[in-house]
Design a protein around this ligand. Sequence first.
Ligand SMILES: *Cc1c(COP(=O)(O)O)cnc(C)c1O
Length: 853
Amino acid sequence: MYLVGKINVISALPEEFKRLSDIAYNLWWSWNPEAIDLYREIDLELWEKLGKNPVRFLQEVSQKKLQARLEDKDYMSRLHNVVAAFDSYMSEKDTWFSINHPESNGKRIAYFSAEYGLNEVLPIYSGGLGVLSGDHCKSASDLGLPFTAIGLFYKQGYFSQRINIDGWQETSFNNLNISQLPILPALNSNGEQAEINITFAGRTVYAKVWKVQIGRINLYLMDTDVSKNNPSDIALTSRLYGGDHETRIQQEIFLGIGGIRVLDALDIHPTVYHMNEGHSSFMGLELIRKLINEKHLTFKEAKQIVSNSAIFTTHTPVPAGNDTFPLYMMDKYFGDFWGQLGLSRYDFLELGLKNPEDQNFNMTVLALTLAGRKNGVSKLHGAVSRDIFGDVWPGVPQDDVPITHVTNGIHTLTWLSPKIKELYDKYLDSGWKTRIYSASTFEAVDNIPSGELWNTHLELKHKLIGFVRDRLKAQKLANGESMEAVRQVDTFLDPNALTIGFARRFATYKRANLIFRNLARIQNILNNPEKPVQIIFAGKAHPADGPAHDVIKNINDIARQEGFYGKVILLENYNMTVARNLVQGVDIWMNNPRRPLEASGTSGQKVCINGIINFSILDGWWCEGYNGENGWVIGDETEFDNENSQDNIDSESIYDTLEGKIVPLFYKVNEKGIPEEWIRIMKNSIKSLAWNYSTDRMVKEYTERMYLPAMTGASKLLEDNCNTARSFSSFEEHMKNNWAQVQLMADKNHNDLKDYRSNSGQEINLWVNAQLGAIDPANIMVELYYGTLENGKIANAQAVEMNCTEKLADSLYRYSLNLRIEDGGEYAYTFRATPKHPDMINRFDMGLIRWVM
Ligand SMILES: *Cc1c(COP(=O)(O)O)cnc(C)c1O
């Protein structure tokens, strides 16, 4: 048949439903189940068919169905309540931020990320990083932060995954239709869609700007699908992590440099800039370029301002995982840029080199160099980052490397099952949703009767099993399997069996098939007739990661074997929909990465709020979340060099813990069939973890420890026509020029601890002489650096500032300290000097440190 043309008819909405359309364009609906209910109840079938997308749903819903709702009193009253709740949320003046930080009124935070996982209708995320960014934005909205997010619009999103009949992953991309998404043009002050451009590699590339409303905050997305671009540039932002290295650098130029231009085009002027992972680090260069241009500063002056405003969060625990670009590519794209910064090629490239011989420009190193405040995403990951990036601060002990940590969290209302939410609404204090970050909020979980919690959990487990079976049937139909095989799916998964969930990206370090290392043993565990166990897997492999595809294939093959069939399930196309069902419906959540490669992990945080219990390696967030009574661990903190031994030991630990602890406890029920002891652990898990691993706690922590100090620091440097920045920069210059003269000289005879016996608590007088050359003592911090003596080295080190007590000669000073050590033991000490200045963010960033000779 020849199709002459296409006609799009958009439903005319009765007046009463117009507000539902406003709400459809604000992702607020995605974490408010009462709002979602309003759409789905109009026409459940259409709602599901259109992918639970309110914008598209309202475009296509039938007039008849809308009319029917108009006559439904209960529906209309709920509609009014939802609209009132939305309006009151949007106009709320007393937010956590406005109440606690009124002094920061008028200042703004800009947040940059390559991906955002906000909801499945907007598939511009690949995995954990994106979901974290999405959850960060939602909490920024809930807490009332003055916050603007920046990203790219990938009109083909991230790939969809199919697993074919042989168990191999196949990938495909679909074009998204903007008119059917909760996306609007971002308008500039002339009322036109904002557009920016960037000139690189001899051409100018344009991008238009879209707006996504996330509660009270906006996310702006750049899209190079602009007709004046050449065809390859039009496709530049089509796919998330889709192209080659050239595409990647161009996308990152847009994200970083373009992002700053978007803010300008929309007349938004942030004080603080947060780079979520290194993809956006070029942002710092553009900020410096602008300051040089607009305020006539030198590179160093401008860099000092940027350092104060910029925050960098690293997510990668392995050096090879960082984004890098070969130097010839930097020449190609930045050949015109470094001159604008007043830098030579060498000085420019050095900003991103891990060491001077490096042939790759490293985006993480650039971010670490430019951002004054830096963090990893769990306590352990902070320590790992200080180790792997220690080279960037030569001479600085690892513990002093200025990378701290802010542990990740999840947006509670996004991942919380509406059924469990009803229980919280009933048993927690009213207003609990505005105090999610507080431990006391969840204490009343103890008041939920065990039976009620358990029955709600079982209801969610049934729902999950229905969801999994439907998906599996569709999966098998698409693979052309027999009707018999499709029908059999209804016998898969026993609603009474202990159900393990495992879903995440299939990167090999996550060891998805570790539990199958000893097939006979796991087969026994799964097939215990009184105490059966089953496992549901899901996850995508990076298209270029061959070994990860083998893991998928391996699990698929096992799932087809006798003894595993119907008990081991591999679901395709892991995304936020699949994730939501899994994290609300399994019994335990297993995570067995090779430690310490899981920077944080967040899926385990999604399960705990739903009463599901974690069973994980002591890596990432679980290393600090586990308290002995809120879940189980796999292995211990030992790390083996030999991967094979590590895998053996960890898999044995999985079997032993399942057989010895988890399975017996799950099946130990009282006379009413309720596993009281299990429920105790569920409650412990909620109480100890729900608040701490929420993005509300996380965003609050970023605000207090990073955003607010950055606001103060950056504002101060900009004041008075940047005079403070200028004077700081001359201070830095002065210190660098004269540092070579600084020397510390200890009197070995006086300060020798080998013969020095001190009683606990007794004061020991220690001193060191400092030759300062042209440097004023006010600009130097001399410290005693001491700790226990272990293997000839100082361990558990502490640094204590010493007082300048005597001027011995011209530019020669004595620094002293009375040290008192309470605990007995063998100690060692030394002295060091670093620059000191009130406007310094941290004293190691200048790269000046002198230890005693
Ligand atoms: C939460 C989430 C992740 C991250 O899970 P990890 O346990 O951190 O690997 C990845 N993908 C999706 C779809 C998610 O919802």
